[in-house]
Design a protein around this ligand. Structure first.
Ligand code: S3P
Length: 178
């Protein structure tokens, strides 16, 4: 890979996308990983693969706190990988101070930021989003209020305002990653 490529400018660190549910962390991350020639990981998928259960099943049978423990383990495992990867981190990872510390020291995080109204108009609760079952807009607004400072803390100024174009978000992430 030539020295001037974005991948080399990441200094071998993991690139992690953080942000609310529905901001496109998985679709954007997958494409960014392809562009950088890196492995892509999604922390919810990691939890599901490790436990053999869906995120919804874990929330419903064991509760959110139990899910947060599994989520932290999946993030730590992904960040411990030797090869630099692209990771779509589940929206709630920033709630745990230990996760935030790990993100700051072992990764370069980029916050995909979007208006909760836009998000609620285009996403469904789905199998891995039980928290959006009842009133998605109110929930996303509350999460935005509670988490914005936390996303900002781990992203250290690297913010992409997400609109309707995935390609535009991919380009903006690649530009920030370098
Ligand atoms: C959550 C986000 C979800 C999933 C779970 C809780 C959150 O992941 O981990 O439903 O608290 O923001 P995505 O951000 O990948 O949708």
């Amino acid at each position: 890979m030539p020295l001037s490529s974005p991948a080399s400018e990441l200094h071998g660190r993991h690139l992690v996308l953080v942000g609310l549910m529905g901001t496109g962390k998985t679709s954007v991350g997958r494409r960014v990983a392809l562009c950088l020639g890196r492995i892509f990981l999604d922390s919810d998928a990691q939890v599901e693969a490790r436990t053999g259960r869906t995120v919804r099943e874990i929330f419903e049978s064991d509760g959110e706190a139990a899910f947060r423990v599994l989520e932290a383990e999946a993030l730590a495992e992904a960040l411990a990988r030797a090869e630099p990867t692209v990771i779509a981190a589940a929206g709630g990872v920033v709630l745990d101070p230990a996760n935030r510390q790990r993100l700051r020291t072992s990764a370069r995080a980029v916050w995909l930021r979007a208006d909760p109204a836009l998000l609620s108009s285009r996403i469904t609760s789905g199998d891995h989003r039980p928290l959006l079952d009842d009133d998605p807009l109110t929930m996303l607004q509350r999460m935005q209020e509670e988490r914005s400072a936390l996303y900002e803390e781990v992203a250290e100024g690297r913010v992409v305002d997400v609109g309707s174009s995935i390609e535009a978000a991919v380009d903006a992430v690649l530009a920030l990653a370098s």
